[in-house]
Design a protein around this ligand. Structure first.
Ligand SMILES: O=C(O)CCC(=O)C(=O)O
Ligand SMILES: [Fe+2]
Length: 212
């Protein structure tokens, strides 16, 4: 049976997606990988493939190790029962925000229909989610992003538990991290299965990594 109970709003805190011990294991792996994480920074907004808004970013990421992969699988089983049974794990990483780091308004890549975001270390400021911009034509969204978004959107506190976000369709951003400690997250993404009717572009799943 197909399960898709994710309707409105396009983001939701779902505590049952991860256990305390899984979170502990991720925290310890994330700490051990911080030294080998890669900084990423980009300036300006662009549209990729005519639809994916990407924007300025300053943070670091690590692709993760055994723990990240096995917790992704465990979350996938729960995700199928609670949220949507038609998606599979697509990619995962640890994200690190030093004080002042941020990610501006963007959409997640094609294979990331949903993101599951889990706080591992540090006190997060809000993630700003903009459902009011969902469905806006890409060029108009791009122009809005360049002009500056004055509305704060919906401020989501990730301390309340793992967040499920329809990040490919819902613009979102994280304002500069206030610190003082490094903020660390695990980000898991889930996307369509290859054999899903109407989804026949394997490139979307295995193509170049255009992480947001
Ligand atoms: O920092 C966050 O909570 C989300 C990061 C994000 O949206 C992304 O990496 O695509
Ligand atoms: Fe994102």
């Amino acid at each position: 049976m197909v399960t898709s109970r994710f309707v409105d709003p396009p983001f939701r805190t779902v505590p049952a997606l991860i256990s305390r011990s899984e979170r502990r294991a991720l925290r310890s792996e994330a700490r051990s990988l911080y030294g080998s994480s890669q900084r990423r920074s980009r300036e300006g907004f662009e549209l990729v493939d005519g639809w994916q808004l990407l924007g300025p970013v300053s943070n670091a990421f690590a692709d993760g190790g055994d723990q990240l992969g096995s917790v992704h699988q465990a979350i996938a089983t729960r995700f199928a029962g609670l949220i949507d049974s038609e998606v599979v794990p697509a990619m995962s990483s640890y994200l690190y925000y030093e004080p002042g780091d941020y990610i501006a308004l963007h959409l997640d890549q094609q294979r990331c229909q949903y993101d599951v975001l889990v706080i591992l270390d540090g006190t997060p400021g809000p993630l700003c989610v903009h459902p009011e911009l969902t469905g806006m034509p890409p060029r108009a969204l791009h122009a809005r992003a360049i002009a500056g978004i004055s509305e704060p959107g919906v401020l989501v506190d990730l301390s309340d538990g793992p967040l499920v976000l329809a990040g490919r369709s819902t613009p979102h951003h994280r304002p500069p991290h206030p610190g003082p400690e490094i903020l660390t997250l695990a980000a898991f993404c889930f996307g369509p299965t290859l054999d899903r009717p109407g989804f026949s572009r394997p490139d979307d799943l295995v193509g170049p990594d255009r992480r947001a």
